[in-house]
Design a protein around this ligand. Structure first.
Ligand code: GLY
Length: 303
């Protein structure tokens, strides 16, 4: 008997200000609608998470694709990962500067390569050789982010302590899905952190840190301050706990407590198992999230 599909997405965890709430909610709702259109007609979980993430990469609200934070040199550098829980195949790109939708390149790696990762120019070359058009880095930069970097760099000393506070923007995006064949998948995409050093890689594209999927346990995508998340290999940590029998809803909360208590980190997580049970949690003031099942759909900014 076919499984009832489920899709859960997030659009960043931080103190999303009131005036930005609507844009975040629209963004995660649009992403969910795009992924759900595929799932409801029998499409794969892998296709659904890819499409949901593409929608958020294309939405300048989020720190993914066009509109991402700028690094110290004023450039966009993007990381993304996608993983198939049925086969454990994964594809990731890091520090790419000329891809509008890094998740598309990550998906090509998953499907067409024996490798799991490509970074920087090698990743762009792989993408181009597999039919993905490259853009200019300038095409990914928007005035809001030029101003944000200028403001940050001109008040560097005052801001330094705040940069990784839970109130500061962390708009990494992600999705987890379960399809009618009972397969789960996850994807995460980010522009990383404001004023990051060129070449810095965050948690999002690192397997088991910002993203993981295994049908034997769970699919997970995280958002937030990357360095603490990667120290805990948090997505895999959470998936393993689900695999040991704990409920995703409970594990998601536990993961956020662990992140805070063990390494003083902050962020959010979405977690889904192959039976369609899911959890959404964050230890930041807000997180944009949305989900759809055959019975219900909802979106919110607090959980
Ligand atoms: N979580 C996104 C990053 O730190 O790069």
């Amino acid at each position: 008997m076919p499984t009832n599909p489920v899709l859960v997405v997030h659009g960043g965890a931080w103190a999303i200000p009131d005036e930005m709430v609507e844009a975040h909610l629209n963004g995660v709702r649009n992403a969910t609608a795009a992924g759900w259109r595929l799932l409801e007609r029998g499409g794969s979980a892998l296709d659904a998470v890819e499409e949901a993430v593409v929608v958020m990469e294309d939405d300048e609200t989020f720190d993914a694709g066009r509109g991402s934070f700028l690094n110290r040199d004023g450039k966009v550098q993007l990381d993304a990962f996608i993983m198939d829980g049925a086969t454990l195949r994964g594809g990731g790109v890091g520090c790419v500067e000329r891809l509008r939708n890094p998740v598309r390149a990550a998906r090509k790696i998953l499907s067409d390569s024996t490798h799991v990762y490509f970074v920087a120019e090698g990743a762009e070359r792989f993408a181009e050789e597999h039919g993905i058009a490259l853009c200019r880095n300038e095409d990914l930069i928007i005035p809001r982010e030029i101003e944000r970097l200028r403001e940050y760099q001109s008040h560097m000393e005052e801001h330094r302590a705040d940069l990784f506070a839970p109130t500061i923007s962390h708009d990494t995006v992600g999705a987890v899905a379960l399809d009618r064949d009972g397969k789960i998948a996850a994807s995460t995409s980010t522009g990383g952190t404001l004023n990051k050093d060129p070449g810095r890689l965050g948690d999002s594209s690192l397997i088991g840190c910002g993203c993981y999927a295994d049908n034997a346990s769970a699919a997970a995508s995280t958002t937030g301050w990357g360095e603490p998340i990667m120290k805990l290999v948090l997505a895999k940590w959470a998936a393993d706990r689900v695999g040991s029998g704990s409920l995703p809803e409970w594990v998601a909360k536990e993961a956020m407590n662990y992140l805070k208590q063990r390494v003083n980190g902050h962020g959010g997580i979405i977690l889904l198992d192959a039976e369609g049970r899911f959890g959404i949690a964050h230890n930041t003031p807000r997180m944009a999230w949305s989900f759809q099942t055959v019975h219900r759909k909802d979106a919110g900014i607090e959980k």
